[in-house]
Design a protein around this ligand. Sequence first.
Ligand SMILES: CC(C)(COP(=O)(O)OP(=O)(O)OC[C@H]1O[C@@H](n2cnc3c(N)ncnc32)[C@H](O)[C@@H]1OP(=O)(O)O)[C@@H](O)C(=O)NCCC(=O)NCCS
Length: 174
Amino acid sequence: MSGTPPEDRVARGDALRFRRPTEADYLRIVSVVDDWWGGRTMHVLLPRLWFQHFTGTSWLAEDESGRLGGFLIGFRSPDQPGVAYCHMIAADPNLRRFAVGRRLYERFFEDARAAGVREVHAITWPGNRTSVAFHRSLGFTPKEGAGTQNLYGTPAVAGYDYGTEDRVVFTRKL
Ligand SMILES: CC(C)(COP(=O)(O)OP(=O)(O)OC[C@H]1O[C@@H](n2cnc3c(N)ncnc32)[C@H](O)[C@@H]1OP(=O)(O)O)[C@@H](O)C(=O)NCCC(=O)NCCS
């Protein structure tokens, strides 16, 4: 974490406001994602279309000065109306473990329940142990059994995306 004293970070986390993103938020969000994922190339998963067609089911957190604290990009499945899917979620590295991610998901769950959705899906790279711990902590369970194998200590589907990218396939009942 940065040199910001812990009490200041708590105060900043508590002061966050949550709202729907708009297309005007696109460039500032896409410009931080590689850094927020620890240097992984993630911006390719976030073209502008997410901020044109999915803002009504997504969330953004920011402080009083408008500084970005976190975001969640998600949607209700057009093919499976009982399912909502979280495409990306992240918190500012200087605000980690202050429930930014939890509060983003809580809002997403609330939207989903109100729309009659029964479960939320998300996938993550099994080597992203923070994401695995975070999703488990929020009540997600990984797909297990046939078609999965233990990768980095978590049941995961090898080659799930592109035939080469391994993923933990998470579900959370609402
Ligand atoms: C995953 C991520 C969104 C979590 O956000 P966060 O705001 O730090 O998480 P929260 O403070 O809401 O944590 C909720 C719970 O998740 C678990 N958790 C979160 N980070 C954890 C970590 N580093 N190690 C272990 N457990 C963790 C804890 O149980 C935590 O509850 P607690 O703090 O009361 O113990 C954040 O680490 C992040 O942005 N990572 C990079 C992007 C990413 O990998 N996104 C997920 C894949 S799309």
